[in-house]
Design a protein around this ligand. Structure first.
Ligand code: PGA
Length: 253
């Protein structure tokens, strides 16, 4: 049976003081969660990773990053490498979030390169895929998701997916308060598993598939109840200890 994974994506929010407070709240409230039952991680802004990683040492919550360079070292002003993230204690890196695809023009090819760079340092990429409302209404969702996944599998190989997580995040559901219905999400998750199964059924069966897009304490359980949903990538609700804890508790299986 696959374990559920809940990942908080803090985006560009927080200060050293507010993060300290959030982590204290999480550590207090998550004491009831047994690490045997659910995987949990938070992805702070890069400048706070060192602080968060130290504060989380020895806890059941892992630290991740929101992005990484496709290069490991060199003259790349403003970039942060997977080597550096590994040194700071990160275990996960979000790759290809829709905000990076749309606001920073990240391409499928560039995302595949980042995915490989992250894995080369022993970190687990959380590959984000998802369609816009226009694409959904045009009936292109499943084809697009397949393309986004194949762009990585073609370069990294299907075996690499055994050391990765995929997050399905419909763009129209991110930060909008509109969640995909459990049935809509399940349909796409099942399709992702089918696409992977064509190359390797064992990899398809083992991979954790997260749903992301306005996951809240009051809709998490229903989403996690779907057969192919193995947790969530949580934005807004991960900034409040109480809300994030409630989502983690709903993910215990
Ligand atoms: P949201 O963000 O939970 O605020 O919709 C999800 C994400 O962007 O990962």
């Amino acid at each position: 049976m696959r374990r559920n994974l809940v990942v908080g994506n803090w985006k560009m929010h927080g200060s050293s003081a507010s993060i300290d407070q959030l982590l204290c709240g999480l550590q207090q409230q998550l004491t009831t969660v047994c690490s045997e039952q659910v995987d949990i991680a938070v992805c702070p802004p890069a400048v706070f990773i060192s602080q968060v990683s130290k504060q989380l040492a020895g806890s059941i919550v892992a630290c991740g990053a929101q992005n990484a360079s496709d290069q490991q070292e060199g003259a790349y002003t403003g970039e942060v490498s997977a080597t550096m993230l590994a040194e700071l204690g990160c275990q996960y890196v979000i790759v290809g979030h829709s905000e990076r695809r749309s606001l920073y023009a990240e391409s499928d090819a560039g995302i595949a390169a980042k995915f490989i760079a992250v894995q080369s340092q022993g970190l687990t990429p959380i590959l984000c895929v998802g369609e816009s409302l226009i694409q959904r209404e045009a009936g292109e969702t499943l084809t697009l998701i397949e393309q986004q996944i194949k762009a990585v599998v073609d370069v990294a190989g299907i075996d690499a997916m055994a050391r990765a997580v995929i997050a399905y995040e419909p763009i129209w559901a991110i930060g909008t308060g509109k969640t995909a219905s459990p049935e809509q999400a399940q349909q796409v998750h099942a399709h992702i598993r089918q696409v992977l199964a064509a190359d390797d059924p064992a990899v398809a069966e083992g991979i954790q598939l997260l749903y992301g897009g306005s996951v809240k304490a009051n809709n998490a359980a229903e989403l996690f109840g779907q057969q192919d949903i193995d947790g969530a990538l949580v934005g807004g609700a991960s900034l409040k200890a109480e809300d994030f804890t409630a989502i983690c508790l709903a993910a215990i299986n």
